[in-house]
Design a protein around this ligand. Structure first.
Ligand code: CA
Length: 227
């Protein structure tokens, strides 16, 4: 059974989420503020977190940072705020996706399912399971990246993006293909997601993130991984 942690201070939204999630056989915990959310996440180990950014005790982005200190659990953000800065900040902090309020329950549930699916371990991989570059090594089977002798911590979304690029080493992967493979078939135009996540991958893996040599942008087209 999939366990969901709902972090939201508006009782009507909590009630709607709990009813809809339980009807679909999810197990649901609800936290009305950030401190409770962090405590509950540690105690209950949810499979996915639905997180409102506007909480009474702290900014939702702080909750994301707190969670990312120890867990890769998928985080789906609820944002009432219209500015894309807020969303980018949340994605940057390690959220996997966001839904803008007011949201349709069907859309939220679809994104929730996709976030959980992305986090699930996939089956055995193809022939080449280890890809080496001068600066880091990617082990596709173990789902690990090693840089200078240390494991690099990647979120599920970062890993998925890296995996698609590495499996297509040397080939241009279009923006649309990346969005659909990593975020799901209904995506295709959200190129801001790609910019945010490519920046994160470069920051974690490139020697000089502002002059990337492994994660190459093909302007207006897509991205290419060069070992
Ligand atoms: Ca709120």
């Amino acid at each position: 059974m999939t366990r969901v942690l709902v972090v939201e201070d508006e009782p009507q939204i909590v009630r709607a989420l709990v009813i809809n999630l339980k009807a679909r056989k999810y197990e649901v915990d609800a936290a009305p503020d950030g401190a409770t959310a962090l405590r509950m996440a540690a105690a209950r180990h949810p499979d996915v977190v639905v997180l409102d950014l506007g909480l009474p005790d702290m900014d939702g982005v702080e909750v994301i940072k707190g969670l990312r200190g120890w867990t890769r659990v998928p985080i789906l953000v609820l944002s009432a705020r219209q500015t894309s800065d807020e969303k980018v900040e949340a994605l940057d902090a390690g959220a996997d996706d966001y839904v803008t309020k007011p949201f349709g329950m069907d859309e939220l549930l679809a994104r929730l399912r996709a976030a959980v699916r992305r986090a699930e371990p996939t089956g055995p991989t193809g022939d080449t399971v280890i890809v080496e570059t001068p600066g880091f090594t990617v082990d596709l089977a173990a789902k690990k990246v090693n840089r200078e002798g240390r494991d690099v911590r990647l979120t599920p979304t970062e890993w998925h993006l890296l995996e698609v690029l590495v499996r297509n080493t040397g080939r241009l992967v279009s923006q649309k293909q990346l969005l659909q493979e990593v975020w799901g078939p209904s995506y295709g135009t959200e190129t801001n997601y790609l910019r945010v996540y490519m920046a994160q991958l470069r920051r974690k893996l490139e020697a000089d993130p502002s002059h990337p040599r492994h994660f190459v942008t093909e302007p207006g087209m897509g991205y290419r991984f060069e070992p």
